[in-house]
Design a protein around this ligand. Sequence first.
Ligand SMILES: *[C@@H]1O[C@H](CO)[C@@H](O)[C@H](O)[C@H]1NC(C)=O
Ligand SMILES: *[C@@H]1O[C@H](CO)[C@@H](O)[C@H](O)[C@H]1NC(C)=O
Ligand SMILES: *[C@@H]1O[C@H](CO)[C@@H](O)[C@H](O)[C@H]1NC(C)=O
Ligand SMILES: *[C@@H]1O[C@H](CO)[C@@H](O)[C@H](O)[C@H]1NC(C)=O
Ligand SMILES: *[C@@H]1O[C@H](CO)[C@@H](O)[C@H](O)[C@H]1NC(C)=O
Ligand SMILES: *[C@@H]1O[C@H](CO)[C@@H](O)[C@H](O)[C@H]1NC(C)=O
Ligand SMILES: *[C@@H]1O[C@H](CO)[C@@H](O)[C@H](O)[C@H]1NC(C)=O
Ligand SMILES: *[C@@H]1O[C@H](CO)[C@@H](O)[C@H](O)[C@H]1NC(C)=O
Ligand SMILES: *[C@@H]1O[C@H](CO)[C@@H](O)[C@H](O)[C@H]1NC(C)=O
Ligand SMILES: *[C@@H]1O[C@H](CO)[C@@H](O)[C@H](O)[C@H]1NC(C)=O
Ligand SMILES: *[C@@H]1O[C@H](CO)[C@@H](O)[C@H](O)[C@H]1NC(C)=O
Length: 385
Amino acid sequence: MLFQSSLRLIRLLALLISLTIINAFPVTTQLASRASSCADVNGTFVINEQGLYPENANFDAASCQLYLSVVYNASVAVYDPYLGNMTVIEFANITRNPEFHIDGAVASPYTSTIFILANAAAAFTTQGQDVSGTNMLLQLDPVSRNEISRVNLTETTQGAYGGFQDLEFDMRGNVYVLGTFPGSIVRVEPEANNGTGVNVVEWWKVDTPTTTNGMAGLATFRNSNVLLANDNAGTTNSSLVKFDMTQAKGTPVPIPISNNRTIAGSDAMRLPVKYNGTVLLVAVDVAGIEVLRSKDGTWDNAEGLGLVSNNVSAAMGGSVTNTVEIGNRILMVEEFFADGPNGGNRTQFPFVDITDEVDRLVIVDPSFVDRSRLEKEQRSIFKGF
Ligand SMILES: *[C@@H]1O[C@H](CO)[C@@H](O)[C@H](O)[C@H]1NC(C)=O
Ligand SMILES: *[C@@H]1O[C@H](CO)[C@@H](O)[C@H](O)[C@H]1NC(C)=O
Ligand SMILES: *[C@@H]1O[C@H](CO)[C@@H](O)[C@H](O)[C@H]1NC(C)=O
Ligand SMILES: *[C@@H]1O[C@H](CO)[C@@H](O)[C@H](O)[C@H]1NC(C)=O
Ligand SMILES: *[C@@H]1O[C@H](CO)[C@@H](O)[C@H](O)[C@H]1NC(C)=O
Ligand SMILES: *[C@@H]1O[C@H](CO)[C@@H](O)[C@H](O)[C@H]1NC(C)=O
Ligand SMILES: *[C@@H]1O[C@H](CO)[C@@H](O)[C@H](O)[C@H]1NC(C)=O
Ligand SMILES: *[C@@H]1O[C@H](CO)[C@@H](O)[C@H](O)[C@H]1NC(C)=O
Ligand SMILES: *[C@@H]1O[C@H](CO)[C@@H](O)[C@H](O)[C@H]1NC(C)=O
Ligand SMILES: *[C@@H]1O[C@H](CO)[C@@H](O)[C@H](O)[C@H]1NC(C)=O
Ligand SMILES: *[C@@H]1O[C@H](CO)[C@@H](O)[C@H](O)[C@H]1NC(C)=O
């Protein structure tokens, strides 16, 4: 109980600190918004949990909880980064069924529910040779932790393409599901048929063999209609493309990247809330995080700002599959593919804080005031509270 109330105090202090900083230091627009009222974590942390293998991680700012897709067990772990405890959620006929992996567990800001992607494992273990298996989109109530709905995407794809591994949302309640073998996006439209049913639409698909590794990540920003994706197959003219989510069918528009940067061969990507949709962080598995910027947030063009290296001891030799934003901190999500196609007995999974490295690349303005240092100063002021 004592811990709970001190947690509340930490959150309150974080809110006070953020309000104070916004009022006192109106720096650039990129820094003006705080990611959420959830408290920060104190840098890099490690989750000790056998077989966690988090293929992806998403922070739910509504509940201040971290959702991890436990890929090989095909379950979802909810981790409280402040208390350090975890609850594993299992799904009937999916969890511990070797036919399934779970590759995404993402909170929708529009529905306040969690969407989970249970995909046919064989698509990945055969690198696109066998894409015939079932892919399911599940919806979870984050409060009761009960499953709300389950949609079989394979009724639409008919097993002709697969490797589904990422999710995004638009403000009309649609869910975009990205497939890798080959590049595809399926749109799940829950408001279809006058609210009487769910439509699953093949929104975009590239016309290449299923063994072409097409796309691996999607990113959107709240209340925007721009959907970003990586083109790893070189079918467009850039490694980064954008789609217009107001359209009935998707059309990829290549985004030129300046400064001779590329995100070819990348995994998942994120537009952190703290940069208000103007900075894209792209995981390039072994190398690290490519940092791109569109100052006006339109993503007609991308400025390549540079790479944050994953070659750090804190990563424990993992491959970075995405970043995750907790409060105002940004951490790398590490996966251990070398442990085998079904993982192994690993018990330690690091989340590596790269907030300061990203800030250094983004903030080229010499008048920039280091927010993390400011927040530390504010914290010491608030100690006497
Ligand atoms: C965030 O971006 C939106 C859309 O570009 C803009 O209207 C808004 O003013 C920005 N907010 C901040 C705090 O910079
Ligand atoms: C994954 O499954 C293995 C084998 O059943 C189990 O030992 C481990 O605790 C599970 N890990 C998680 C995070 O669910
Ligand atoms: C961060 O560190 C402070 C000071 O040591 C501590 O009070 C707080 O509980 C820590 N927060 C987390 C999320 O670990
Ligand atoms: C962590 O522990 C608290 C207090 O026992 C509990 O209310 C909460 O549900 C737990 N969170 C997770 C993610 O297991
Ligand atoms: C799990 O599979 C069984 C047997 O096929 C079926 O009866 C049941 O409805 C399935 N459960 C769910 C939640 O799909
Ligand atoms: C999903 O749909 C496909 C295609 O109709 C079907 O073959 C498969 O059995 C379905 N899977 C489940 C679990 O309902
Ligand atoms: C749609 O649903 C509303 C109420 O649920 C109903 O009044 C309306 O007639 C329906 N429209 C069509 C085209 O079915
Ligand atoms: C790529 O560039 C070529 C030559 O400029 C052009 O013909 C083609 O339409 C472009 N492809 C896309 C997807 O924009
Ligand atoms: C662009 O980057 C590549 C790979 O790092 C390098 O080989 C090439 O020389 C660079 N080109 C220019 C114009 O800087
Ligand atoms: C990683 O860094 C170490 C030293 O910091 C260096 O010796 C090694 O070559 C680097 N590895 C790669 C793959 O860049
Ligand atoms: C996990 O540990 C068990 C027991 O030590 C061992 O039999 C098994 O081979 C290990 N699995 C992997 C994938 O390393």
